[in-house]
Design a protein. Structure first.
Lengths: 358, 344
């Protein structure tokens, strides 16, 4: 199979100018035995390692086996683990999610692949009314160690039904955990944690970052949920950024540096559990904060985090906490229009300068 | 009695019904056990109705009275570690799978001693110890969960079978067909038991279900059988056959049980004349009652003494009354419980 040699080659052509494709160094946990791999490879390694470690882990989804998903993220796994553990399913998002819930309740650790985040709408009852509630409704007797891997992120020219970032939907629901990595290092460590967690975890990968390279240790590691990571230290303003927006904010921080403004970029890495204290502490230190997230701005992740910072760092703030999310429109197809809907480094930097009185 | 103990004939063998193919000679003791299970459900539900009417039970309940032969006939064909998923009308399934009445009542009353420590209530009773993966208040919501449990069983090589109970109302849910498609593709050991009690909430099923019910299963290559859901002997014979078939790796099956709910959609649905007549209700109670059908057969054709039924009724009534009192006396959860068990 030729795609195995260069599995992501055909996927994101023409996207090299996207700021999400730049190299990023992790800020912690890098050992002497570190290679540079893509985010897609990091995901694949996490799955392979956990499947070797625990025979109850399996993958189910549309075109996950020989095809390795349209993003080629899973390429090669079926060769190692066989079609019994890397299961090609019909196009039945609700069905496979429900099968995952039932499997998880009875001794397995399913990893359900929902190709595009937009498709979780099809599976929402199984995620929200079933997976999230089984443990509580059963008085703590039943558990659902289920991972739902899916994607977020616009600018792939895929229009309104393949481009949304809907992680706020599931972050809203008690009983679910939600992870959204921004680097290959984080992706691998968080996914391994997700698979070992005894709760349903929805895991969002930015489909535009699969080619992003970064250092990842060769040896085993996991990253605990609910621990934010400072991606760049700064003193003048805090940029809270999730997933795709970490790259955008790092670029914005570069722009701000040229203006003499020192921006701190902090990534919560999981929206639930949320490391509230780290976000508050960063805002206390810098006295200003902008929350940047690719979900729709209204009623979104930015609102939740801005509220937490406004509350927790109130006496330390020199400016109101600001938010930047995706524009509140269905994602348009035309690149000229689509790019307007997503926070861009220049716009983040502009807003930051305003907050800093420049 | 653990269900697994019932798989072999013991006691006095009686002739089984349903033609030649099933040489399932069940003992009188086993039929009487099923009678007792059905009666337990009937009396339990009557007490639930009284608890509602006397305002001792919070919320509502969807009573299973009239449909007892389905739950008991099917569950008696299962091992204790086989799985079931249930519905909003689920008390019968839970009891038939082995739940005890005291903890059932406690759950219905929102008490700490309930199966879900008072957090689930009538529509969410789950009991891991008897393979009950939970009742589900989303119509059709557990169809994929049961199918996933069957997939898990197959992957683990545990030879457990999963039974998915659902009503005619769930035939309108797409998830059922996604699940059936995968069960057929992968030969999963799951039995879809469609309890057609004629009404989805307040509407006759014929207004909501196009075509033949069994054709839905046939479209996926899933064998479908249709039985008189009021006759526990018929239900049990079909269930036993289909469960054994699934357990031996031959894949899913679909069992339509034609039945009737004696009460309304829920305990508060007492004025039903706009959707069904009193005459229709009386006809089912008089001529199709599952307890009467079984007891008459045992009395008239198997020579069981009438005193046996009186003794069973005395025993079951005492059990239900004691269970109800246990629940009434039990404590409510501590307030601190509210935030427990959100996450494992």
């Amino acid at each position: 199979m030729s795609t195995l040699n260069n599995p992501t080659e055909q996927v994101l052509t023409g996207m090299t100018s996207n700021p999400r494709g730049r190299f990023i160094a992790p800020t912690a946990g890098v050992s002497a035995h570190t290679r540079e791999i893509t985010l897609a490879q990091a995901i694949r390694e996490a799955l392979a390692e956990e499947m070797r470690r625990n025979p109850s882990v399996f993958i189910i989804g549309e075109d996950v086996a020989e095809a390795g998903t349209p993003f080629k993220v899973l390429a090669g796994l079926v060769e190692e683990f066989g079609p019994e553990r890397v299961i090609d399913s019909p196009i039945s998002e609700a069905g496979i999610t429900g099968l995952g819930v039932g499997g998880a309740m009875t001794g397995m650790r399913p990893v359900v692949d929902i190709m595009f985040g937009d498709f979780i709408g099809l599976a929402m009852d199984q995620i929200v009314n079933q997976a999230a509630k089984v443990h509580y409704m059963s008085g703590g007797k039943l558990q659902v160690p289920l991972v739902i891997r899916t994607t977020l992120g616009a600018t792939r020219r895929s229009a309104a039904q393949h481009s949304q970032s809907l992680h706020a939907w599931v972050s809203h629901i008690p009983g679910l955990k939600v992870a959204l990595p921004s680097t290959p290092y984080d992706a691998k460590g968080l996914l391994k944690t997700a698979i070992r967690d005894n709760n349903p975890v929805v895991f969002f990968e930015d489909k535009m970052m699969y080619q992003l390279k970064g250092p990842v240790p060769e040896e085993e590691y996991t990253i605990p949920f609910g621990v934010a990571d400072i991606k760049r230290e700064g003193t003048d303003i805090t940029l809270v950024a999730t997933s795709s927006m970490v790259q955008v904010c790092l670029t914005a921080a570069d722009l701000l540096e040229q203006e003499g403004i020192s921006a701190e970029v902090i990534d919560p890495r999981t929206t639930f559990p949320l490391d509230k204290q780290a976000l508050i502490d960063s805002a206390k230190k810098t006295s200003r904060a902008i929350v940047v997230d690719e979900g729709y701005e209204r009623y979104g992740v930015t609102a939740e985090i801005a509220s937490i910072i406004a509350d927790g760092a109130f006496y330390y703030l020199d400016a109101p906490v600001k938010r930047m999310g995706a524009m509140d429109v269905p994602i348009p197809f035309s690149p000229v229009l689509e790019d307007l809907t997503v926070p861009a480094p220049e716009r983040v930097a502009e807003l930051a300068k305003t907050l800093c009185g420049r | 009695m653990p269900h697994s103990e019932l798989s072999g004939a013991k006691g006095i063998p009686v002739q089984a019904i349903m033609g030649d193919e099933q040489a399932t000679a069940l003992s009188q003791e086993q039929w009487l056990h099923m009678y007792e299970q059905m009666l337990k459900i009937r009396i339990f539900e009557e007490h639930v109705n009284e608890l509602y009417k006397s305002a001792k039970m919070p919320g509502l309940a969807h009573l299973y009275s009239g449909e007892e032969a389905v739950a008991v006939g099917v569950c008696e064909a299962l091992r204790r570690d086989d799985y079931i998923t249930s519905t909003h009308r689920g008390h019968g399934h839970c009891l038939a799978k082995g739940a005890s009445v005291d903890r059932m009542f406690a759950e219905l009353l929102g008490k700490e001693a309930g199966y879900c420590r008072g957090k689930g209530g009538s529509m969410h009773i789950a009991d891991q110890d008897t393979g009950n993966l939970g009742a589900n208040a989303i119509v059709g919501g557990s169809t994929a969960i049961a199918t996933g449990a069957a997939m898990s069983s197959k992957m683990r090589g545990s030879e457990q079978v999963a039974v998915c109970f659902f009503g005619d109302g769930a035939l309108g849910q797409g998830l059922l067909y996604e699940a059936m498609n995968m069960a057929a593709l992968w030969k999963l050991p799951v039995i879809y038991v469609c309890e057609n009690n004629l009404y989805g909430e307040y509407t006759h099923f014929s207004e909501m279900v196009a075509g033949e019910i069994s054709a839905r299963a046939r479209a996926f290559g899933i064998p479908a059988e249709e039985v008189d859901g009021q006759d526990v002997r018929e239900v049990h014979a079909a269930a036993k056959r289909l469960v054994e078939r699934a357990r031996s790796g031959e894949g899913p099956a679909f069992l339509i049980c034609n039945t009737y709910r004696y009460y309304g959609h829920h305990v508060g649905d007492i004025s039903r004349s706009y959707y069904r007549s009193k005459e229709e209700e009386q006809e089912w109670r008089t001529n199709h009652d599952p307890l009467t059908l079984l007891s008459r057969w045992l009395l008239e054709e198997q020579g069981v003494d009438a005193g046996v039924f009186k003794e069973i009724e005395r025993r079951v009534t005492a059990e239900v009354e004691a269970g109800e009192q246990f629940a009434l006396d039990a404590s409510y959860p501590e307030p601190g419980e509210v935030a427990e068990d959100v996450y494992a």
